[in-house]
Write a protein that binds this ligand. Sequence first.
Ligand SMILES: [Zn+2]
Length: 70
Amino acid sequence: MARKKRTFMDKIAKGTGPRGEKCPKCGEILQAVKIVRPYKTDKGSWRYLEEMVRVCKCNQKELLVDKPIS
Ligand SMILES: [Zn+2]
């Protein structure tokens, strides 16, 4: 079986939380999602940063890209 690339959907699969709050901009229901981002420390080791975000159409695109943390 081919190994699937990690996608945004994999990231939000963990997402839970209350639903029903709508984005005033696009009208989509906001989903509270925990995103785990790996980042490299000055000493060269990897750490993970957990971040709770509200996702809708407006910022979904942005979150698709793994931004480096500096
Ligand atoms: Zn929106």
